[in-house]
Design a protein around this ligand. Sequence first.
Ligand SMILES: Nc1ncnc2c1ncn2[C@@H]1O[C@H](COP(=O)(O)OP(=O)(O)OP(=O)(O)O)[C@@H](O)[C@H]1O
Ligand SMILES: [Mg+2]
Length: 342
Amino acid sequence: MSDANYLSLEKLTLAYGDTVAVDKLDLSIAKGELLALLGPSGCGKTTTMRAIAGLLTPASGTIRLDNVDITRVSANKRAVGLVFQSYALFPHLSVFENVAFGLRLKGIKGRELEKRVEAGIKSVGLAKFVSRKPGELSGGQQQRVALARSMVMEPKVLLLDEPLSNLDARLRLEMRTELQRVQKETGVTMIFVTHDQGEALSLADRIVVMNGGIIEQIGTPEEIYNAPVSSFVADFVGFENIFELSDGALKTPSGTAILKTAAPFDAKGLAWRPANVMLGSGAFEGIVRGTSFAGNTREYLLDTDLGPIKAEVPANLPVHAMGETVAFDLPVNKAAPLNKFG
Ligand SMILES: Nc1ncnc2c1ncn2[C@@H]1O[C@H](COP(=O)(O)OP(=O)(O)OP(=O)(O)O)[C@@H](O)[C@H]1O
Ligand SMILES: [Mg+2]
């Protein structure tokens, strides 16, 4: 086994009755990696997690963990921890007892139990709260108890299914950092499900973008952000100007538009972030239909023969008025070439 394939999903197909939710998924996760599963509602994220945890039997395919085929191994024998969005702590038990619960079930007791529970509680920064009940903790603190409860079981893989979605914006940010710290300190292999691209970009070593039960792209946050390979991923990570190519020209509502420079020869589409649209000069023109100030930048919505175009420029440049005709360019060297469209 190489550490690069610590957990591997091979041609994994997951179904509910006749409905296929995940189709022939191939995915390898390295030991100690923090992988984010990103995708819209219903794309199969939770289903994939449930299969890894052993809560759903695959229709076909194989799951291997640490060189062992665990496809048919029961959930409690897999050494996989799972933290859900609703973390269901025992309300009548203290933080200590909540964290100790699974270890007691495994027959661990006495000094050994105390040591592991205390270390787990300390690792999530809750040493002062061991005797509190969940009802006496904030949402973020409860979330940390749920994390500690899973971590003390020393899982080979820890699965987190939208664990931060119940928290308010500020706590979310705090918990993100906390999660990353705990993961780096303990070296636990982690899969983190989210439909928030900012969360995936800031947390993960690698991101898997799913759509309709298949993987659209796997890559580092930089790759996903800068070089989406499909129109779906480009749209998902905020490229606003996405075009299909036909014989090297952009397909637009009013026919095809030829670019100054040739598009990469095998590209099926090109996409520009608003910041990569050049405003003020170029072969195209548009009428300003909307403008918004965003601190360092100003965003323009243009009505053009290519359809609506969104451009973002430094806010200190002269302002274009509503209704003004502005020239612009779509530089091919600033575009992400897409090899899959639609
Ligand atoms: N118990 C079930 N029975 C039948 N179909 C289901 C069941 N659970 C999920 N599905 C379907 O399987 C597909 C994938 O669902 P899944 O829960 O994995 O999505 P998800 O990516 O986690 O979405 P969300 O972001 O909304 O949590 C969806 O089309 C969903 O309707
Ligand atoms: Mg889900």
